[in-house]
Design a protein around this ligand. Structure first.
Ligand code: SF4
Ligand code: SF4
Length: 100
């Protein structure tokens, strides 16, 4: 997958933040396929923020305590526009015959 087409993931401000006062320890966030969270002392912590899939918010959507938040998606969209990431991703998808 082209993904960020060489753009540094660490420069994209997209990762979950947990409000510990709201967390009910339901464990749903631990179902993240990218293993962004670790479980410590009966609570999740954000352990690998750069592994979070840019634009994903599944953990927040399923969190029973409504305890997970993300930066504003508009900032990510602006970053994609300013750095031609959308154009580069589309070109890479075409080159890889993923889209035609
Ligand atoms: S947003 Fe998606 S990839 Fe990121 S931590 Fe949540 S479930 Fe995992
Ligand atoms: S999904 Fe939300 S409430 Fe459940 S453990 Fe994770 S942060 Fe806490």
């Amino acid at each position: 997958m082209p993904w960020l087409v060489g753009f540094e993931r660490s420069k994209v401000n997209w990762q979950p933040t947990i409000d510990e006062s709201k967390c009910v320890s339901c464990g749903m966030c631990m179902n993240c396929g990218k293993k962004v969270f670790c479980w410590e002392n009966n609570h999740p912590i954000v352990a690998h923020s750069n592994d979070c899939v840019v634009g994903c918010s599944t953990c927040a959507n399923l969190c029973l305590g409504n305890a997970i938040s993300f930066p504003k998606i508009e900032e990510v969209r602006n970053l994609y526009q300013e750095n031609d990431i959308w154009v580069k991703v589309k070109n890479q998808l075409l080159n890889d015959n993923i889209i035609k």
